[in-house]
Design a protein around this ligand. Structure first.
Ligand code: ZN
Ligand code: ZN
Length: 119
């Protein structure tokens, strides 16, 4: 089977030829590996910021304080069921609740005192 020709490294000005299917030479591969990660991180951040802002517009009051009859402006969107990196849970708005900073800290604080995983 004939080998595909090598292609130039995509890093601007790099003269190295790399195996067909690769983008960068070894040296630049390392440099560019972070690109996609930080880009998707940025995309993720702005998507979350938007989802969060939208949710707070619709649910502007802290649900915990409301249970106690207090009307407190919510500033945090909390996941009712911890998402632990689960994308489906993370973006599921039925799993969101509006909390004020104090209630959110209380919730996360209590959790830390009772770790779910015991070794
Ligand atoms: Zn290169
Ligand atoms: Zn509250």
């Amino acid at each position: 089977m004939p080998r595909k020709p090598n292609v130039p490294c995509k890093h601007p000005g790099c003269p190295a030829l790399v195996q067909y299917g690769r983008s960068y030479c070894d040296k630049h591969q390392v440099m560019h590996r972070g690109d996609r990660d930080s880009a998707s991180k940025r995309g993720y951040d702005s998507r979350w910021r938007k989802a969060r802002a939208r949710f707070l517009r619709v649910h502007p009051l802290c649900v915990k304080c409301k249970e106690e009859g207090k009307l407190v402006k919510a500033t945090v969107v909390d996941h009712i069921v911890p998402h632990r990196g689960d994308q489906r849970l993370f973006w599921d708005e039925s799993n969101f609740q509006s909390l004020c900073k104090r209630c959110h800290d209380k919730k996360t604080g209590t959790k830390d005192q009772h770790p779910e995983y015991k070794y």
